[in-house]
Design a binder for this molecule. Structure first.
Ligand code: UD1
Length: 419
C-alpha cells in the first residue's frame, strides 16, 4: 500500500504539464472498437482506469501497446468476443461505456451490471432505455446484461437528464445504427466534444457535441486514426486549487481555461490572479483566500461535481464561510471527516456543506475515500502546517498519472512511499 507524505505550509512555485483527460480517454478507448482498425492515441494518460480499459479490450481479442511515454496504439481488428467479465466490470464503473460500442460492432454484448461505487448508486437506466430505443433487446435479469440487436435503427432519443455516460454510450451505438440518431438533452461536457472529434477523425458523421442536441448519421464504416486526447480539466483544477490554498505562483502547461471557467471564476472571486492563453493557465495566490458565493454543482457548463471536494479543500482557511451544494451525487462528502482531522470546520446537512474558514490547518494521518476526495486531501495538506500522511492512494491513481511528481514540479514537498 502506498502513501503520500506531504509537508505543507510553504508557498508553491513552478510549472507542470497537464495529462490527457481520463473522462475523455475512457469513452475513446471504447470507441476504438467501432473501427476494426488501428488507432494511435497521443497524450494518453497512464492511469489505473486506462489499464482496466486495456484489459477489457484485450479480453475481447484486441491488442494495445504503449509507445513511449504517452502514446497508446490500439488494434481492434482481432475482436473475437462480446463478453466483458464481471471482474473487469467491477474494476471500473465507467466500463458500462463499452456496451454501446460492442453492440454496434457485434450485434451482441454481455456485461455484468456495473453496480454502485463510492459516490453512491450509479444507475445506467438512461443508457439502457436509449439503447432499447435504438432497437436493442436487453435482458438485465440476475445482474448480467444480455444485449442483442439484429439491427440498430437511428431515431430521436430524449434523455430525462443530461447524463455524460449515457450521451457517450448512445453516440457510440448510434455510429452502428442505420440512419440518423438525435440525442436531445445531451450532456454538454468538453469530453463529449472530444469524443465527437475522435469519431469524426475515424470517418463518422457526428455533430452538435457541446450543445444539448447531438446528431449521428450512422451506418458508415469507420477507420483508424491518430488522435490527441484533450487535457484533463479536473487535474488542472486540482493544481490551481493547490496553488490557491498554499499560495505562490504556478503555470499549468496545456490547461485550457475555457474548459474550467466556473472553477477559475470562483478562484478569482476568492482573490487569486489567473491568466490564460493558448499555452496554459497561470495562477498567483497570496495564500489566505476570501469567502465566495455558494458553490452549486451542476451539469456542464455548471460547476463540476468532480471539482467540489478539491475547491472545498482550497477554501478551508478562507476568511468567512462558504456554502457548497452537491447536486449530482448522493454520497460526495466523504472527504469531509478526513479534512476535519486537519483542523477544518465543515458542517454537512443533506446536500449542503458549510465551510467556516479556520486560521490554521495542521498535518494529520488521513485516508482517501474516493478519487477526487483523495486529491482534495493533498490540496489541504499543502496548506497545513507540518506533515500529513495520506493513505489508500490507490483511489488517486485512478485519475492522476503521478500527483506527487506534478506537485513537486510546482514546488511542493510531497513524496510517495510504498509500505
Ligand atoms: C461522468 C464522469 C464523472 C463525473 C460525472 C458528472 C466519466 C468516466 N465520469 O460520470 O467523473 O462525476 O460524469 O459530471 O466521464 N444518472 C441516472 N441514470 C443514468 C445515468 C446517470 O440517474 O442512466 C444520474 C447519476 O446517478 C448522476 C447523474 O445522472 O446523479 C449524472 O451522472 P452522469 O452524467 O451519467 O455521470 P457519469 O457518466 O457516470
Amino acid at each position: 500500500m502506498s502513501q503520500l507524505i506531504v509537508r505543507g505550509g510553504s508557498r508553491l512555485g513552478g510549472e507542470a504539464g497537464i495529462q490527457g483527460a481520463k473522462n475523455s480517454v475512457l469513452p475513446i478507448l471504447a470507441a476504438t472498437l467501432l473501427t476494426a482498425d488501428q488507432v494511435e492515441l497521443q497524450g494518453c494518460p497512464r492511469l489505473r482506469d486506462v489499464d482496466a480499459s486495456i484489459r477489457i479490450l484485450e479480453g475481447l481479442g484486441c491488442t494495445a501497446r504503449w509507445e513511449g511515454e504517452d502514446v497508446l496504439v490500439v488494434d481492434t481488428r482481432g475482436l473475437g468476443g462480446c463478453v466483458v467479465s464481471e471482474a473487469l466490470m467491477r474494476e471500473m464503473r465507467s466500463s458500462a461505456i463499452f456496451l454501446g460500442a460492442i453492440l454496434a460492432r457485434c450485434g451482441r454484448a454481455e456485461l455484468s451490471y456495473p453496480g454502485g461505487c463510492e459516490l453512491g448508486p450509479r444507475p445506467i437506466d438512461l443508457h439502457l432505455s436509449g439503447l432499447r430505443d435504438l432497437g436493442a433487446e436487453i435482458d438485465d435479469a440476475g445482474g448480467v446484461l444480455h444485449c442483442r440487436a439484429r439491427r440498430l435503427q437511428g431515431r430521436e432519443i430524449v434523455l430525462s437528464l443530461p447524463s455524460v455516460g449515457a450521451t457517450e454510450n448512445l453516440m457510440l451505438a448510434a455510429c452502428g445504427a442505420a440512419g440518423t440518431t438525435t440525442i436531445a438533452n445531451a450532456a454538454r461536457e468538453p469530453e463529449i466534444v472530444d469524443l465527437q472529434d475522435f469519431l469524426t477523425a475515424c470517418g463518422a458523421r457526428v455533430s452538435g457535441a457541446g450543445t444539448s442536441t447531438v446528431s449521428v448519421e450512422g451506418g458508415r464504416p469507420l477507420h483508424g486514426c491518430t488522435y490527441h486526447v484533450m487535457p484533463d480539466r479536473i487535474v488542472a483544477a486540482t493544481y490551481l486549487c493547490a496553488a490557491a490554498s498554499a499560495g505562490g505562483e504556478v503555470f499549468l502547461r496545456r490547461a485550457r481555461e475555457e474548459h474550467l471557467s466556473t472553477v477559475t471564476a470562483v478562484l478569482r472571486e476568492a482573490g487569486c490572479s489567473i491568466f490564460s492563453d493558448k499555452k496554459g493557465i497561470a495562477c498567483a495566490s497570496k495564500g489566505r483566500l476570501s469567502a465566495v458565493r455558494p458553490v452549486r454543482t451542476a451539469p456542464y457548463p455548471g460547476f463540476p461535481t468532480d471539482a467540489q471536494a478539491i475547491l472545498m479543500a482550497a477554501l478551508l482557511r478562507c476568511r468567512g464561510a462558504v456554502v457548497f451544494e452537491e447536486n449530482m451525487f448522493e454520497n460526495r462528502y466523504r472527504h469531509v471527516d478526513e479534512l476535519a482531522r486537519m483542523g477544518a470546520s465543515i458542517r454537512v446537512s443533506g446536500r449542503a456543506a458549510v465551510v467556516t474558514g479556520v486560521e490554521r490547518l495542521h498535518g494529520a494521518s488521513v485516508r482517501c475515500t474516493d478519487l477526487r476526495g483523495g486529491a482534495a486531501l493533498c490540496v489541504a495538506a499543502l496548506a497545513a502546517e507540518g506533515e500529513t500522511e495520506v493513505s489508500e492512494t490507490g483511489h488517486i491513481d485512478r485519475g492522476y498519472e503521478n500527483i506527487a511528481r506534478d506537485l513537486r514540479a510546482l514546488g511542493a514537498d510531497i513524496l510517495r512511499t510504498e509500505d
